[in-house]
Design a protein around this ligand. Structure first.
Ligand code: GLU
Length: 294
């Protein structure tokens, strides 16, 4: 693969916390090792939860951690026309239908796949007008398995038709969903290296299915799903520690290097919490993705 491009895609629905610091360290370290560019994207598709003050705070914290936001930030809330164009194209291909199932209907009628709710296609084929109030729009997901080798998780295979069923692309509030916007943005921003937390691993198959429907000839990106913060015994840390806003650290005497050291140690990456400078990150993540990207 020639030039690699990855992304940081924060959602301004809250302040950054320690889990984000670990994620940013992975992105900076792996990108430096693979010679990848990092682009920034503000994932503000859910306007009911996003706030400008969170975005300002995120950009400030990112700068503190060595990521500078370019002028004219890429933001999902400015891309309504683009998402609409793709929606119309999928509609012309009869791949979109309106769904009037309430959350309760969905919960009572559907199957489960490893703890995830699988929508059984109840409204597929029902003549519900596409613009009716109180409905969402779903994309028909073909019955197909997607297999790849994740750089940290190893081989994975997912069949989204069985895992989640037809994916919601626009919700009942007429907002674009994360799954739809992220696939189109990854294509349009030329992202060929996706580094993210392992909590998003289950989204990979459905995003590849959508990517194939939207742009069949687009190559499959390299994926890295990294562990989240847990203590060395593998137990999840308390929500309070994890969710503490970075503001409470950046406004104290703790520097970014000290914070990186603290987080790396919490995540079990280092034996102690000695400060970590930005230029030590490549060494910390050496080897990840190096085979796949050459
Ligand atoms: N916006 C998502 C988040 O903040 C990131 C999604 C992704 O990396 O695909 O968790």
């Amino acid at each position: 693969m020639s030039s690699l491009r990855t992304r940081l895609a924060p959602s301004p629905t809250g302040h950054l916390h320690l889990g984000h610091v670990l994620h940013i360290m992975y992105v900076q370290g792996i990108a430096a090792n693979l010679g990848a560019d990092i682009v920034l994207r503000i994932e503000d598709h859910d306007q009911s939860r996003c706030r400008p003050e969170f975005e300002a705070s995120i950009c400030e914290d990112l700068a503190w951690l060595g990521v500078t936001a370019p002028k004219g930030l890429w933001r999902q809330s400015h891309r309504d026309d683009v998402y609409r164009k793709h929606l119309e194209d999928l509609m012309r291909r009869h791949l979109i239908y309106a769904c009037s199932c309430s959350r309760k209907d969905v919960q009572s009628s559907i199957g489960q796949h490893s703890g995830e709710l699988t929508y059984p296609g109840t409204c597929r084929g029902r003549p519900i007008p596409l613009n009716q109030e109180e409905t969402c729009l779903r994309l028909v997901i073909p019955d197909e398995s997607f297999s790849l080798v994740d750089c940290m998780k190893g081989p994975i295979s997912q069949n989204p038709a069985h895992q989640c069923g037809d994916v919601v692309v626009r919700d009942r509030l007429k907002q674009w969903t994360y799954q739809f916007a992220v696939v189109i943005d990854d294509l349009d921003q030329g992202i060929n290296l996706i580094i993210r937390g392992e909590d998003l691993l289950s989204s990979t198959g459905r995003q590849l299915a959508m990517r194939k429907l939207i742009k069949p000839d687009a190559p499959v990106p390299i994926f890295v799903h990294h562990p989240l913060i847990a203590n060395p015994a593998g137990q999840k840390l308390s929500k309070r520690i994890l969710s503490e806003s970075l503001k409470s650290y950046s406004r104290t005497s703790l520097g970014a290097d000290e914070l990186r050291g603290f987080v790396a140690n919490l995540a079990g990456l280092t034996p102690d919490a000695s400060p970590i400078k930005l230029d030590r990150l490549p060494e910390l993540f050496r080897g990840i993705g190096e085979k796949t990207s050459t």
